[in-house]
Every structure is written in structure tokens, then in C-alpha cells.
Design a protein around this ligand. Structure first.
Ligand code: GLA
Length: 425
């Protein structure tokens, strides 16, 4: 969750010249025009960069995710309601005869090189390679080190640093690719846990399990309701009839987001240290709104009290949202999304001017049932439930007002629920 943003800051290049943002344009065009051709073009690119033939190249893909509702409560034992979406990171991998590792991405210049026997540690200059090395490091701790080197080529249609978890897609897609290629046999839930562990131990971000989990287990046309305390989950059809979920990217560069995230987490721990013994609970989300109301005054710090209030009420909203979607009550679902945004703005304080502008402008549009920020916040993305035939009008109106208010240009796309990590070949 270190908000995978750029890449290629200074990858060493003993493997020769490498990609660039301009060079990636044709892959974006193919992905738009004819996604089925994309893999074939990427295979050709792999051969061009690394030599050899297509034969032994494995191809894997990992999706982005949205969270419909249940924000900042996965690390408080709450329930979350995410879906994998049809934007993917593609990862091509081939074993080598020696022990060298090479990472390349058509979007970024420069290549990164390591050795399977390296003892990996986080290094800022390693940029996106840190996510991959973090996974190798967690695998090594679990007693699995690749027997040979390998080379990787990546491409992604996931907006980077945009709040739809491009970083968890990278972790889980890579973990799955390495596990499958070297026969380590990790299952999907183990892949998700490994991604989270790498965030904690390698990237120093104390994230919850939501992103990695949904990216590992997502299914076409389904969301999941996940109990983050027990990791029990079930699929819920993302049946929206004439409506679509529109993802809106603030395109705001996030600063200090990881430290703010860790700060929220410790504020929640403070709240729990007071309420836990009083109410006999292990997590904030075990508290009912009534029990919370009874004890909240015991939290002396008003800010910490508001953080806890968000968690308790957000968890309740997840239960109601799942019921609303299952009962086909999209209006109620939209209303709950709005309540969630307001709580994240006022009590949890993770929205900011850009996400608030997208939220406020969205709900003014006829045909929009509700909107909210999604993911960690502090920039990143928001989602809205929008009537399909109002999409163009929605984008034009929200886009124009957003630019007037912030000076930034927002990105928009309508999404569908997609599959979790997959092996394409
Ligand atoms: C990030 C984290 C998740 C979750 C969300 C907020 O995406 O990676 O674990 O905490 O923020 O809901």
C-alpha cells in the first residue's frame, strides 16, 4: 500500500536499453481497442527485450479493486465490501538458467536486476521493485527461494497511485506468478496474507487485509463481503441493473499518505485500549452503535473518539449495504455510500478537498444515486453509482466542476467486477 506510483527511477541496465512511457502508448491503445491482442503483443515485446522464444513464458494477471463500502475498518476487525475490477496488471515471467533476476515494465524506463540469493531489503531507489523484492523476502522467510533466476515484463491498465490498489495487484500478481512458476503451491488466501505481510515487514505500511484479499479471490460480476476478523467471506452478485459503478480518479499526487495511514491505525488502537476493557471487545468493530454510545465519553481525546465512531458506524453501514444490494434497493445503497463519505470526511478525516469535490459534484448530477471515496483516501479515487445512460453527462459535468474547483483533471471509467489473480498461459 505504499501507493505504487512511478517506477524506473534508476533501474540498472546491464540487460540493455529498456522501455519508456512513450513506448507503452501502443499497449494502452491495444488494451482499449482489442484486449485479446494485448497478451500476444506483450509476448512479442518480452522476446524482443529478453530474446529466446515465446514457448516458456508464463502470463499472469492481477486486477485492481474498488471498495463499495467499509473503509478503514479492515484493520479494526470490521466487515468490508470490495470487488475486483476489470483493470489488470499483466505480468510475464520466464525462468533463467542462472540465478539472475530482471524486472522490467513497458511503462517505465530502466530495468532492475537482482540475484535470487540476495538478502532483500527496502531501498527507496528500487522504486516498484521493492514490492517484488518484498514478496521474495516473505517467500524466503516461509522457506521458499526460487531455485533459478527469472525475468519479468509488466504492463498495467490500473491507474497507478490512484486508490484502486495498483500496489496490491503488483504484490499478489507477482506472488502468484512466482508461486505457480516454481511450484510453491501457495493458495489464494496465503498469497493475500503474504502481500499484507510484505507491506507490514518490508514496506513499513500497517495496512489491513482487504486489498490483497479481494485481488486474490475476486470473481467476475461478484463483490465479496469479508469479515476481516475471521477472514470468512462470501460472494454477493454486483447486480446493478441499469446502473454502473463509475471510478473517478482525483489525479492528485499523494503526500504523507502512508504516515497518515499509520497514524489513523494507532489512533484506533488508542480508542480500543479504552473501550476494549470497558465493553469486553477485542476489536472496535465488535462494538454495536448502542454500546459505543454508552462508553464513548470515556475516550478523553475528542479526535480519537471520532475515529472510533467512524469505525463502529461504518461497520453497521456495511451490513446494511449488503442487504440493500441483495434486496435490489440501490437508492438505499447510494444513500449509505454518501453517509460513509461524510463520516470519512468529518470523523476519520481522510478525504481532502479533491475527494470532497468529486463527491459533492457527483451527487448533484441527475442519475447519480450516491458517491464516496474508496480506498485509503488522501487523494486517490472515489466511486459513484450512476445510471448507465447518464454516464457521458456525468463525466462532462463532474469533470468540468472538479477542474474549476481544484485545477486538476479527473479521470473517469465505468467498471465491472472482474476475476482475481489469474494465469493466462
Ligand atoms: C488501503 C489499505 C486497506 C484498507 C484501505 C482503507 O487500501 O491497503 O487495507 O485499510 O486503505 O479501507
Amino acid at each position: 500500500m505504499r501507493f505504487y506510483t512511478s517506477g524506473g527511477s534508476s533501474g540498472s541496465s546491464a540487460f540493455g536499453a529498456s522501455g519508456s512511457a512513450a513506448g507503452a502508448a501502443r499497449f494502452f491503445e491495444t488494451a482499449e481497442r482489442d484486449a485479446s491482442k494485448l497478451v500476444s503483443e506483450l509476448l512479442d515485446e518480452f522476446v524482443e527485450r529478453y530474446g529466446g522464444s515465446r514457448d516458456s513464458i508464463g502470463v499472469f494477471a492481477a486486477p485492481a479493486r474498488i471498495n463499495i463500502i467499509g473503509e478503514h475498518i479492515d484493520y479494526n476487525g470490521g466487515k468490508v465490501f470490495p470487488a475486483a475490477i476489470d483493470k489488470y496488471l499483466y505480468l510475464l515471467i520466464r525462468k533463467r538458467a542462472d540465478t539472475k533476476i530482471a524486472y522490467d515494465d513497458v511503462r517505465f524506463p530502466g530495468k532492475f536486476e537482482f540475484d535470487v540469493n540476495d538478502s532483500f531489503s527496502y531501498k527507496q531507489e528500487n522504486d516498484y521493485a521493492n514490492y517484488l523484492n518484498g514478496i521474495l523476502s516473505m517467500m524466503a522467510k516461509a522457506g521458499h527461494r526460487p531455485s533459478r533466476g527469472f525475468e519479468v515484463l509488466m504492463f498495467s491498465t490500473i491507474p497507478a497511485g490512484g486508490g484502486v490498489s495498483s500496489s496490491a495487484a503488483l504484490e499478489c500478481g507477482f506472488a502468484w506468478a512466482v508461486s505457480e512458476s516454481f511450484g510453491f503451491g501457495f493458495d489464494r488466501v496465503e498469497i493475500a496474507k503474504m502481500g499484507q505481510r510484505s507491506e507490514h515487514e518490508f514496506m513499513n505500511v500497517q495496512c489491513g487485509i482487504m486489498d490483497q484479499f479481494i485481488i486474490a479471490v475476486g470473481k467476475k460480476e461478484q463483490a465479496i463481503v469479508l469479515d476481516c476478523d475471521t477472514l470468512e467471506y462470501r460472494y454477493v452478485p454486483l447486480a446493478l441493473g441499469d446502473y454502473r459503478i463509475v471510478v473517478m480518479n482525483t489525479n492528485k499526487k499523494r503526500r504523507l499518505a502512508e504516515s497518515k495511514y499509520n497514524e489513523r491505525r494507532s489512533e484506533c488502537e488508542k480508542a480500543l485500549s479504552v473501550l476494549g476493557p470497558l465493553a469486553g471487545v477485542k476489536t472496535l468493530c465488535e462494538l454495536s452503535p448502542e454500546t459505543f454510545a454508552k462508553h464513548e465519553k470515556s475516550i478523553a481525546d475528542e479526535t480519537v473518539r471520532r475515529r472510533a465512531r467512524h469505525c463502529v458506524l461504518e461497520n453497521e453501514r456495511v451490513n446494511r449495504s449488503v442487504a440493500a444490494l441483495e434486496g435490489g434497493d440501490l437508492r438505499l445503497l447510494g444513500k449509505l455510500l454518501c453517509e460513509s463519505h461524510i463520516s470519512l470526511r468529518d470523523d476519520y478525516e481522510v478525504t481532502g478537498a479533491e475527494l470532497d469535490a468529486l463527491y459533492e459534484e457527483s451527487i448533484k448530477v441527475d442519475g447519480c444515486l450516491g458517491a464516496r471515496m474508496t480506498g485509503a483516501g488522501f487523494g486517490g479515487c472515489a466511486i459513484a453509482i450512476v445510471k448507465a445512460d447518464a454516464f457521458d453527462r456525468f463525466v462532462a459535468q463532474v469533470g468540468a466542476e472538479y477542474t474549476k474547483r481544484t485545477g486538476l483533471v479527473a479521470g473517469f471509467f465505468a467498471c465491472s467486477a472482474g476475476d482475481g489473480v489469474i494465469r493466462i498461459r
